[in-house]
Design a protein around this ligand. Sequence first.
Ligand code: GTP
Ligand code: PEQ
Length: 219
Amino acid sequence: MQVVVPFDPQSPKTRLAGVLDPTERKRFARAMLRDVLDAITATGMAPTVLSTATLDIDAETRLDERPLTSAVNAALEDAGSTPVAVVMADLALATPAALSELFETEDDIVLARGIGGGTNALVARHPDFRVDYHGASYRDHHAVADAVGASTAEIDSYRLGMDIDEPEDLAELLLHGDGHAARWLRTAGVRLVEEQGRVSVGREPIPVTTTAESDAADD
Ligand SMILES: Nc1nc2c(ncn2[C@@H]2O[C@H](COP(=O)(O)OP(=O)(O)OP(=O)(O)O)[C@@H](O)[C@H]2O)c(=O)[nH]1
Ligand SMILES: C[C@H](OP(=O)(O)O)C(=O)O
């Protein structure tokens, strides 16, 4: 099986602009990528990062400047009859156990839904299956699988379902994460705010000198 991790390092995580500035968003996205690659590697698989730009990371990288859907579909086509897993780079809470369940479920198409309607991870073992990301892609991928006559399974996983897109997702990461991304957030001064209802996040003012530590947390 090929395990592909799409990643766009250029202007990532714009929905986190209320909490992190552009440089921080790049560092945070990179820290999440490291967590995802570590979790995949711990399952015994070797991930390939499908990136829009060159990266200095310790993983095989395939460059493709096209938008997400086109790049992933090209990877599916190139794989031929080899099964392909597609795991998003913002699944900072992903664990080897959750990923192993995804990889080992034997249907033609295996889907791990994300909150908000997305498809956070999938496995494709059918030659005619193609992706169509954005919007309610989870629903769309079910329809594509049905249309090509593929059997479909769903992975019901909190750990794969939490893609870190919105500021409130950062609270989940602070609560349940212990990897590079969670550490980077804590070092950057992002903190849980407990009020009535769900916890949210806020930012502590941090002295300029600790910016270097915040970089180091990503190393
Ligand atoms: N290869 C590739 N990966 C992409 C592209 N766009 C997004 N990704 C990756 O796809 C995954 C899901 O991305 P999104 O959460 O939809 O987008 P994002 O740019 O990270 O965040 P927003 O700017 O907040 O939408 C992440 O792993 C991204 O790095 C692209 O054009 N090409
Ligand atoms: C890529 C996209 O992710 P989201 O926009 O939900 O983060 C999707 O899964 O369709």
